[in-house]
Write a protein that binds this ligand. Sequence first.
Ligand SMILES: Cc1cc2nc3c(=O)[nH]c(=O)nc-3n(C[C@H](O)[C@H](O)[C@H](O)COP(=O)(O)OP(=O)(O)OC[C@H]3O[C@@H](n4cnc5c(N)ncnc54)[C@H](O)[C@@H]3O)c2cc1C
Length: 498
Amino acid sequence: MPTASSPLISDLAELVGDQYVIWRPEDLLVYEYDGSIDKATPQAVVLPRNAEEVSAIVRIANRHGAYIVARGAGTSLSGGAVPLRNSVVLALTRLTALIEVDAENRVAIVEPGMINLHLSEMVSHLGLFYAPDPASQKTCTIGGNVGENAGGPHCLALGVTTNHVLGLEVVLADGSLTWLGGSERESTGYDLRGAFVGSEGTFGIATKIAVRLLPKPETIHSMLAAFRTMDAASQTVTDIIAEGMVPAALEMMDRKTIDAVEPFYHPGYPADAEAVLIVEVDGLKESVEEQTELVLKICNDNGAMEIREADDEATRAKLWETRKGAVGAYGVIAPTYYLVDGVVPRTKLREVLQQVDQIAAELNVTVANVFHAGDGNIHPAILFNERHPEEVKQAILAGARILEACVAAGGALSGEHGIGIEKQAYMPLVFTEDDLEAMARLRSAFIGEGDPEDAPIGVPSLAERFNPGKVFPGGAVHGEAYGITAPSFRRTGTSDWQ
Ligand SMILES: Cc1cc2nc3c(=O)[nH]c(=O)nc-3n(C[C@H](O)[C@H](O)[C@H](O)COP(=O)(O)OP(=O)(O)OC[C@H]3O[C@@H](n4cnc5c(N)ncnc54)[C@H](O)[C@@H]3O)c2cc1C
């Protein structure tokens, strides 16, 4: 157990000050987990003030042979911020500055600990906003968004984090600082910025982020429609897209989610509604009016029971309240949620949602659905009690089978939450050994060999200096904290845990 006089702790404290190094076991508890169900205790947590301190911390960790896990707000849903292998957590919550805004070129440079929503609030007076808006945007950081290549309800039309990051200042494994990309809209050479975004903290630590800002749309119109069946809501999504429209947002909630949000937000949805769809269109006034008319017609043609509309900011916020607060509201159904993140081709949405219901029934688990229907990114929330190991096991198995169903339908393992600990055992479902080997080589290209002067003591693999045990199969085990062995899959589609 570390103490204030441990060489690592005292070196860190000398750099950042005693109050910014956490090492007492009771204080470390807060950093054991993120938004996923996996947990691990760090050996210490350090809170630097700027990029130079981040760089110095990496050099100190190298000297002491310690692994490093970058942490923003710790809202990752795949175990991304969970510190495996006794890592040091490098918490970036003191790096929150808006360093520069170039309103003319619509570019901002921020520190990684800036809360996502704060950036849009800070540039709002300039008529600008930052587009990626994870439902966790009141809490999550832009550094964490870069780590996970986060999406959000409004990413359907505008693209996810990687489409809005122009450049990054990063600290590499030897402690050196470098820029990938820049604050220009175009850069030449290999797109190392693109490789870094979504690398889940395994390539280095972002210390400055240059992002693209967008002008606020002239008009925004939000609509909420309640349907008697999930099928009718799903068909509405298909029909909207088939019209060639790309709404700003297209989000769906099922009956269980409605049951969870009613006692919190009292939206008063129809008692027999099985699904609620939120559709938002934006742009020039005339085009918004045209699209609104079309969306309302499609909703009515599919038997919408009730339609609500909002075009001013306060009413829109009210209309979005249930969707953005849905995950927190699941607490009324069960104490723990495991939010699965799979992608299916939009045309397979109905079929896969039916399979999700079937899996839930077969495994006797409660599943609620809230998701970005427009891009086929589904988020079945498996609701259970983590104090009952059998329920944890069923939840993990249900998650695995749902992801397997997404892949079998031609989809992907993750839409936006990343692989982390949660999905690494399922990577062979979509990647061959050669694919994984190529990814490991890319990681090595970033991690490098380290500075020989700072050669680590007692660290078995330099290749995993940052966020060890993540992404690649064979690392950590999803559910291990509960004594559960998660299933692993082979490309034949067979699981070792039935
Ligand atoms: C209620 C709820 C709703 C959510 N909704 C969405 C949603 O709509 N869309 C979505 O995409 N996600 C969503 N998430 C997941 C989560 O909020 C995102 O993944 C978010 O990007 C994580 O940000 P964070 O600051 O919490 O990062 P953390 O959880 O602290 O870290 C996430 C990963 O990024 C790495 N990292 C953190 N900072 C840095 C850095 N500076 N440099 C390099 N790597 C770094 C970490 O090591 C880790 O691997 C939701 C989560 C919750 C709890």
